[in-house]
Design a protein around this ligand. Structure first.
Ligand code: CA2
Length: 147
């Protein structure tokens, strides 16, 4: 059975508590439950990790090489700043889908650029918590076709 690493970047632990007009009322626990439910339907397992620290996320990506078949990532603000995350994803060469709760292209211009977009399979942005479900479906669909 395929195992997927779900990575949540900085400040996503605050979901549901602040800025509901941008990120909705769903908290991170709800998103992980939604993903667990979807993973069962898709016959995969997920392991979720949230960190506010870039190096922790980099280490998790490195460790995923021997543990998981794919990565689902919301890199949060590191999306727009982190060459380190991009290099880690490039190095491990695991199929990866990037997701965002908000539509980053409808927001400030600094959010329009993603450092990781060029090294992932694809990006889903703007569907609220559903972006994660759609991302997991896309990743598992890719894995089933490539195995
Ligand atoms: O839309 C997304 O999923 C983002 O990745 C969320 C990031 C933001 O920096 C990206 O541009 C787009 C922010 C993570 C959550 O930030 C919160 C801040 C305050 C309250 C709740 C969440």
């Amino acid at each position: 059975m395929s195992s997927i690493l779900v990575l949540h970047g900085p400040n996503l632990n605050l979901l549901g508590q602040r800025e509901p007009e941008v990120y909705g009322f769903t908290n991170l626990e709800d998103i992980n439950s939604l993903l667990e439910e979807e993973a069962k339907k898709l016959s995969v397992v997920i392991v979720a990790l949230q960190s506010n620290h870039e190096g922790v996320l980099v280490d998790a990506i490195h460790a995923a090489r021997n543990e998981h078949q794919g990565i689902l990532i919301n890199a949060g603000a590191y999306t727009h700043t982190s060459v380190a995350l991009r290099d880690a994803l490039t190095a491990v060469m695991l199929p990866t889908v990037e997701v965002h709760i908000s539509n980053i292209y409808q927001r400030e211009t600094f959010r329009h650029h993603s450092y990781i977009a060029p090294v992932v399979l694809g990006q889903i942005s703007g569907f609220g918590a559903e972006s994660y479900r759609l991302g997991l479906q896309a990743l598992v669909n890719y894995l089933s076709k490539s195995s």
